[in-house]
Every structure is written in C-alpha cells, then in structure tokens.
Write a protein that binds this ligand. Structure first.
Ligand code: AMP
Ligand code: MG
Length: 420
C-alpha cells in the first residue's frame, strides 16, 4: 500500500496543464492568465484633479495664509468628464471637480476647505486661497497608475477580483486563460437513489455526486454529473460513456473488496490502474488510473480516473487530497497545497494501524494560538461532522495517536472569516 505522498506524486505525474481559451473577463475569475497583458493607454489618461477645489498657478499662492488670502478671479467651472476651454492665467483660477482634467496653465489644485468659498454666496466670481499650493499638489498624473506600453499582468497570474478590475480599467473585455477542467462525476451503488425521487426501502440518497461537484466547482473546475450506475460492469460502462470526453473522471463507491465492487475491474479492462489503496484513514480503498477516453475533437486520450470510496467523508477527503491538486495543476496553478496551521488539539485522536489519519476538526484562534476540537463522531459515513469542520487534523503514520494538549498540523479546508 502506498503512502499519501507517493499517491499524490503519481496523480500529479499523470495530469497535464490544459489548453488555452479566450473568455470574458468575469468568467475567468480564478483562472490563470495565458498571455502577457500590456496597456495601450495611460491610466489615468490625463492629468486630473484628486480633489474638489480650484485649479491654480502655484506661483499665485505664494505667501497665502488664513490671515493673508490670495484673491483669484474664478473664470470657469469644470466637472469630471468635461474639459475647460479656458486657460488659467496669472491671477485666475478654475473651479474643478475630482477626476476633471487639469486646465492649461494650472499646476496645482487647492481644496475647497483651503479656500474661503464657504463664506461666499453661490458660485463665487472671486476666491480667496488660504494656503500655499505646491506645484503638482492634488494632481493625479497621466500614467501614474499604468503607463502606456507597460506590462501590467504577466502570463501565469491567477485572476482575482483585483486583476479582473485592472483588466477592465485597460478596456480589456476578454483574455486568454488556461481552461477549466471538466470533471465528470458518477455515483455507483444499487442502494443509491436520485435526490429528486422518493426514497424507497433500503435506499439512500446520492449525496456524493453533489458534495464532489460542489468541491470541483469551488476549486474552479466544471462539474458534470453523470448520474448513478448500478453495481455491475455494463451499467458502469454505459454511464461512464457520457463522461469520456471529460478531463477528469470521478466515481464514488464500488472500490472495496465486496462482491459488487466492480469499479476496479472496469478501470483495468478499459484503461490502466496506477495505484489502489493508500495508507490513510479515511479513504484507504482509493483507486487511481487512466481510462481510455476521447477528446472533444474525437482523438483517443487517457483520462485521469479517481475511484473514490463510497462513504461520504472518505469521498470528500480524498477529493481534497488528490483530485483538488490535480484540478489545480490542470488549471496552471503553481501552489497545489492547502494552507496548514499548527494547532493544540483539545481531544485525543487514535491511530491504530499506522495510516495517516485525517480527523475532522474545528479550528479556532485564541490569543496567539490555534486550537482544534473534533467535530463529533468520526465514522466515515457521518457527513455532518464534515459540515461542522473547517480543517483536517493530521496524525502521521508513525504516531500511535495524539493526546489533548499535543500540537498537530491541521490542513485548513476553509480559511475564512470564521477562523478568528
Ligand atoms: P462502497 O464504497 O460502494 O462500499 O460504499 C460505502 C458506503 O458509502 C455505502 O454503504 C453507502 O452508505 C455510501 N455511499 C456510497 N455511494 C454513495 C453516494 N453516492 N452518496 C451517499 N452515500 C454513498
Ligand atoms: Mg457500493
């Protein structure tokens, strides 16, 4: 049986970065840029005012103070989006709003608060400047954020909200990015019922397809739910058919040693098994391999295939450990590991048979440290204990367990506002 680390290495050896697509910027959130983006424009495009106030010649304000205001004649008002046709000559000023272009002749802006405007009626024809204005004061210079011709975002950058905003500021409506993998998901088991149907005797609802599809979507992939296969090869082959052009295939259930566990046989016949069984808990019976598939254009290809154990927690944990890094690698991401913290455990965790144990915990920050408590019974069928968790505490293979007060590494599943 191979270790978690060896298994991950084999998974990553067998997945490759996907091709490139061009998409509208908003649908590229989380994708990796496949081209360098240069600006064709200056941002801001022209010198403009950073404040509401008066555009002046700084020389005209020399020596100005509250006691000795410099009086200037107001010759025009200019709003953002407009441009003044007038020129600021000595002894004059133009009233200006934030974002409006600096009029010719002016080399600084004085804020309303630093004039006597509030003491005057309506729009004044004359204004008293109460401070000395330095050359360039309150002027945002053309190109100060981005200069025309400069490299703004490089190939390999992951697009977050701020990058989407930068692209929009350049007038860039579409960009080339690395594709999102399509992840086909198939549930197996004669006992599994579709969630839209009434539940009859002996059946349980198909939760795995939904938790796995939600994880796939969360990490940037496109899930494709293939439905539910019965525990026989024909049914499995039939249902897998519509997922053969996917970038990744995931099944849940049918990988143990039971009489009806047929997933491995199908993978052996229709492809190649790379490993089966990993020294971990939960999720030991994981099978990984390559299934013969077809690309969208009809060519033969090998599709990475994860046969996850059926228990809902095992399926989710193995997705996090193995399918997630595969998806991220395909999307061109460089960092494939989840963040971890060192936390003090508040409950004991046993490790009875030398596997790497992943225990559902809730991590809290108190003072300077992190503390982790178990989220309840740890049976691999107890999905609510996964819902209550924000991390997986890791007990290494060579440790018989941990006691309350010991420090463990916790892989954070959510690193969000609820960890305070
Ligand atoms: P298996 O790995 O096929 O032996 O399945 C183990 C257990 O996981 C089954 O007894 C079911 O209770 C559960 N299970 C399997 N598939 C699903 C599914 N799609 N949704 C929810 N539970 C499942
Ligand atoms: Mg089964």
């Amino acid at each position: 049986m191979i270790s978690v680390d060896q298994a991950l290495e084999k998974v990553l050896e067998n997945v490759a970065v996907l091709g490139v697509e061009e998409s509208p910027i908003l649908s590229c959130l989380g994708q990796v840029l496949a081209e360098d983006i240069f600006s064709t424009i200056d941002i801001p495009p022209m010198d403009n005012s950073a404040m509401d106030g008066y555009a002046v010649r700084s020389a005209d304000t020399r020596g100005a103070s509250h006691k000795s205001p410099r009086i200037l004649r107001v010759i025009d008002t200019v709003a953002a989006g407009a441009a003044s046709q007038s020129r600021v000559e000595p002894g004059t000023a133009i009233r200006i709003m934030t974002g409006a272009p600096i009029p010719e002749g002016a080399d600084g802006v004085v804020r309303f608060e630093d004039t006597d405007e509030s003491e005057r009626q309506g729009i004044p024809t004359e204004i008293g400047v109460l401070i000395e204005v330095a050359p360039g004061a309150e002027i945002r210079q053309a190109g100060e954020d981005i200069a025309a011709g400069s490299l703004v975002l490089s190939r390999g950058t992951r697009l977050r909200a701020s990058e989407v905003g930068v692209l929009a500021s350049l007038g860039c409506s579409k960009v080339k990015v690395i594709c999102r993998p399509v992840v086909a998901i198939l549930a197996t088991g004669d006992e599994i019922a579709d969630i839209t149907q009434p539940l009859s005797g002996g059946k349980i609802y198909n939760s795995n397809s939904y938790s796995l599809a939600a994880l796939a979507q969360h990490y940037g992939a496109v899930p494709k739910i293939l439905g539910i296969a019965s525990d026989n090869e024909d049914s499995l082959m039939d249902k897998l058919g519509s997922g053969r052009d996917a970038d990744i295939l995931i099944t849940s259930g049918g990988v143990s040693l039971g009489d009806y566990d047929v997933v491995r046989e199908v993978l052996e016949k229709e492809g190649e098994i790379i490993f089966w069984r990993v020294r971990e808990k939960p999720g030991k019976p994981l099978v990984f391999g390559l299934l013969k598939g077809r690309s969208k254009t009809g060519e033969a290809k090998n599709t990475p295939f994860f046969g996850l154990a059926g228990n809902p927690v095992s399926a989710m944990v193995n997705f996090e450990l193995f399918a997630r890094p595969a998806i991220l690698k395909m999307m061109g991401r460089k960092n494939l590991t989840k963040p971890t913290v060192q936390a003090v455990v508040e409950d004991a965790i046993e490790n009875t048979d030398g596997r790497r144990v992943f225990t559902r915990v809730f991590v809290e920050k108190r003072g300077d440290g992190y503390f982790a408590r178990l989220t309840g019974p740890q049976g691999s069928g107890i999905l609510t204990s996964m819902a209550l968790a924000n991390g997986l505490a890791i007990v290494p293979e060579d440790k018989p367990g941990v006691e309350p007060g010991d420090v463990v590494e916790v892989m954070m599943l959510d690193w969000s506002e609820d960890v305070e």
